[in-house]
Write a protein that binds this ligand. Structure first.
Ligand code: 6R9
Length: 665
């Protein structure tokens, strides 16, 4: 199981280049040198609860202090700081205004077309408060769920903050998801409102949002939604359902710029974020207010070494967890200035990231390996968009997230973007973990390309075998976290059983958090290298997708009898989706096969969203199955890669099918 995809593992093991953090960086770092790191780890080891209690008191403002740090009585439904009262938006906004940072820029908004607008902390607080008062005026209150299906914008961040301010639990749905995906999330969350924009602008194109909301609501089952709040982004033509729909500018018009925060207990659900698992429909990962915010703020200081003068830029979308922790909450909780970017890395050309870094004098830049790989390619084709043509001297720290970074891409990023002067933090974490788990500290950890190095202080990661026993360094296994931590997933919305079975399986004793990734530690250094998912979750361009979800979407098409989806390594996107399909009609060939494949790809885009489109679809009369009827996905994975099958196929019912599925249409 773990380590079956051994390429990354080998890369991690064979990588001998070590990059010490630059001396000037170490000198001014929040965690300066390995001794400081080790001291924090020792503090956590010696008094785990005391360690977290100290940090929670130092880094968050509490309306009412907590008296109990960790409550394990309902494990694995852990509670942190449970009797403390706080408000997340107060900690992100009011706190900075009161600390003398009212006029400091909170957000530099870089629009798709390059236009720039700014909001300082005072303005962001006012906009959030008006938004919050507007929500209240529409009857939205503490505990309600609100779906946010928005373009990247100051309003998107304000929408999240406004929900937090009134104690409503938001669930942001990435703007690339289809009406059907949106509908499923609305229903599962039981949302009372949807916040959206008329359209979004990406790469010069107008993409619909509001009309997709209309479509989702029309699919049925969404009767709970009484309000659709629409931010006018483009002025595009949209339908308006008077009574239900309201423009954001009308909602906030006349509202007071002051809104007393709703003080919630630390365990109050701040948000639900849907993510893919190995089986079934996407699961609503539920996060708690206090623990999540603590870790978002603390990792800004530890991993990103954020300083008051820094301009921070995380290129993620607020529809993913990275955009929650490192756009909507973390940077604001520490009073930083951040860039919020609406566009895409390749518009107006593939130099957009580098140009934007130069334009806003970005100091800390955080992006995905898939973006780096595609920009390496683009710079090969068109040397004018190579980072060397841009003034990137403001950069002092680089980060990556979402998938393993191959050492070659790491080196390119380090040399060409960071000028061999900026540490690179390869941050391993998940929607469920709320923030970074295993990552270098830029002023302490010697870096090895392709390794996320060591866990953060207080994060008790380990590698175990399938019975939950520790494996020695140098031996691959299953990545687990042995103790609860404040920003961990609390439950799966509406499905505590799935939470327990999926993340705290009895096989591992029921108290270890199962990450779903394989990992290996280097024999000498103990450094972690993530070897990839051990379940049926794919990672395409850093987006998580379940093979089952895509299979279900394909099978929902009336032409399709059966489908199996596998991932295969892809130079740019990390993994890509390959689907093997059996139609109800005879197996198509030639032009027919091409036409139907295109139709099915578009079908999947409609069912789930364009990010789930298979890159390739192959048709067969059947699928390779065991005698008991199980599809042998491991064989399909080999075929998808274009390799020949060397494994044992004696249990295969119909070996002849392999020949048919071996080639692309
Ligand atoms: C934050 C985020 C989580 C999955 C995770 C793992 C992969 C993320 C990684 C990494 C290797 C890294 N992953 N960061 N693999 N190195 N630095 O991406 O959350 O969308 O939930 O994905 O992504 O497989 O399990 P999410």
């Amino acid at each position: 199981m773990a380590g079956s995809e051994s390429k990354q593992e080998n890369q991690g093991l064979q990588e001998h280049r070590v990059f010490a953090p630059p001396a000037e960086f170490v000198a001014s770092a929040t965690i300066s040198g390995m001794d400081a790191y080790n001291a924090l780890c020792a503090e956590a080891e010696a008094d785990y609860e005391g360690f977290w209690a100290r940090l929670a008191r130092e880094h968050l403002d509490w309306h009412k202090p907590f008296t109990q740090t960790l409550d394990e009585s309902q494990a694995p439904f852990y509670k942190w700081f449970a009797d403390g009262l706080l408000n997340v938006s107060y900690n992100c906004l009011d706190r900075n205004v009161l600390n003398g940072n009212a006029e400091k820029t909170a957000i530099i908004f870089e629009a798709d077309d390059g236009q720039v607008t700014r909001a300082n902390y005072r303005e962001l607080l006012e906009r959030t408060s008006k938004f919050a008062n507007g929500l209240k005026a529409r009857g939205i209150k503490k505990g309600d769920r609100v779906i946010i299906y928005m373009s990247m914008s100051i309003e998107g961040v304000a929408a999240m903050q406004a929900c937090a301010r009134i104690g409503a639990t938001h669930s942001v749905v990435f703007g690339g998801f289809s009406a059907k995906s949106l509908q499923e999330r609305i229903i599962d969350a039981g949302a009372v409102a949807v916040i959206t924009a008329d359209e979004q602008l990406r790469g010069g194109k107008h993409l619909p949002l509001k009309s997709i909301v209309d479509e989702a609501l029309a699919l049925g089952g969404c009767e709970s939604v009484a309000n659709v709040i629409v931010y006018k982004r483009t002025g595009g033509n949209i339908a308006f359902n008077e009574g239900r729909d309201v423009w954001l500018h009308d909602l906030v018009d006349g509202q007071s710029a002051e809104c007393e925060p709703e003080w919630v207990d630390a365990e109050h659900p701040l948000f639900i974020l849907y993510t893919s698992g190995s089986t079934g429909t996407p699961k609503g990962v539920q996060h708690a207010s206090g623990g999540f915010l603590l870790w978002a703020a603390l990792t800004m200081k530890w991993t990103f070494d954020i300083k008051p003068s820094d301009v921070f830029w995380c290129t993620a979308d607020i529809g993913w967890v990275t955009g929650h922790s490192y756009i909507a909450y973390g940077p604001l909780a520490v009073g930083a200035t951040e860039v919020v970017f609406e566009g895409v890395p390749t518009y107006p050309n593939a130099g957009r990231f580098w140009d934007t870094i130069a334009k806003h004098k970005v100091n800390i830049f955080y992006t995905a390996p898939t973006a780096i790989r595609s920009l390496i390619k683009a710079a090969d084709v068109d040397p004018t968009v190579h980072p060397k043509n841009y003034d990137l001297s403001s950069l002092r720290l680089l980060g990556t997230v979402g998938e393993p970074i191959n050492p070659e891409a790491w080196m390119w990023y380090y040399n060409n973007v960071g000028g061999a002067r900026c540490p690179v933090v390869d941050t391993f974490w998940q929607t469920e973990t709320g923030g970074h788990m295993i990552t270098p500290l830029p002023g302490a950890t010697p870096m090895v390309p392709g390794s996320c190095t060591l866990p953060l202080p207080g994060i008790m990661t380990a590698i175990v075998d399938e019975a939950g026993h520790d494996v020695p360094n140098g031996q691959g296994g299953i990545l687990v976290v042995k103790r609860p931590w404040p920003s961990m997933i609390r439950t799966i919305w509406n499905n505590p059983e799935r939470f327990k079975a999926g993340y705290f399986p009895d096989e591992l004793g029921g108290r270890m958090y199962l990450a779903g990734d394989g990992a290996i530690r280097n024999k000498e250094t103990g450094y972690f290298t993530i070897t990839g998912r051990i379940d049926d979750v794919l990672n395409v361009s850093g987006h998580r997708m379940g093979t089952m979800e895509i299979e279900s979407a394909l099978v929902a098409n009336p032409m399709v009898a059966e489908a199996a989806v596998v991932g295969r390594p892809d130079e740019t996107t990390g993994e890509s989706i390959c689907a093997f399909v059996v139609l109800k009609q005879a197996r198509p060939t030639g032009e027919d096969a091409k036409r139907i494949a295109l139709e099915l790809r578009n079908w999947v885009a409609k069912e789930i969203g364009p990010i789930a489109k298979p890159k390739e679809i192959r048709f067969g009369d059947n699928l390779p199955k065991t005698r008991s009827g199980k599809i042998m996905r491991r064989l399909l994975r080999v075929l998808a890669k274009g390799e020949t099958i060397t494994q044992d196929i004696s249990t295969l019912e119909n070996p002849a099918i392999l020949e048919q599925l071996k080639d692309s249409n």
